[in-house]
Write a protein of this length. Structure first.
Length: 137
C-alpha cells in the first residue's frame, strides 16, 4: 500500500522453491504356471488373482502414505511429516468422531489458511463410524 501520494511503493518479490517429489512404484507379482494362466479366464481365476494382487498393492500403498520413513525407497508418510498436526480422540460415538474431524479441519485451516480437501481415515475407523452413524448421542 502506498503511504502517501508520490511515495515509493513497497515491492515484495515472491520467494519460491522448487518442489521435488520423488516417484515411487508399488508393485506386486504372482508367479503362476502357464497352464493356470491359459485356463484362468475360463473359470474366473484371473479376476481372483487380480483382486489379490490389487489388495496387496493397496495395503502397501496405505502403509506408505501413513507410516513411510522417507528413506530406502519409501515415501515420507503423514506420521513422519514434520509440522503435521494431530487431534486426540477417545470416541464413544459417531458424534465424537465427527467433532474431532471438524476440530482437525479447523486447526488445519487456521495453520494454513486453506480449507482441507480430504480426510484420511483408516478403513477400520471408517467402518466403525458407519456402524455408529445411526446412534444418537
Amino acid at each position: 500500500m502506498q503511504a502517501t501520494e508520490g511515495a515509493a511503493l513497497t515491492v515484495d518479490d515472491p520467494a519460491s522453491n522448487e518442489l521435488v517429489t520423488p516417484v515411487r512404484t508399488v508393485y506386486s507379482m504372482a508367479s503362476l504356471d502357464f497352464q493356470i494362466v491359459e485356463r484362468a479366464a475360463k473359470v474366473g481365476l484371473d479376476n481372483l488373482i487380480s483382486r489379490e494382487i490389487l489388495g496387496a498393492v493397496l495395503a502397501q500403498q496405505e502403509a506408505q502414505v501413513l507410516n513411510g520413513s522417507g528413506s530406502n525407497g519409501e515415501v515420507t508418510g503423514l506420521l513422519g511429516t514434520s509440522g503435521a498436526g494431530s487431534i486426540s480422540l477417545t470416541a464413544t460415538s459417531a458424534y465424537d468422531l465427527l467433532d474431532s474431524v471438524a476440530r482437525a479441519a479447523q486447526a488445519s485451516h487456521e495453520a494454513t489458511g486453506q480449507h482441507p480437501d480430504v480426510v484420511v481415515m483408516a478403513p477400520r475407523r471408517w467402518k466403525w463410524f458407519l456402524a455408529k452413524a445411526g446412534d444418537r448421542p
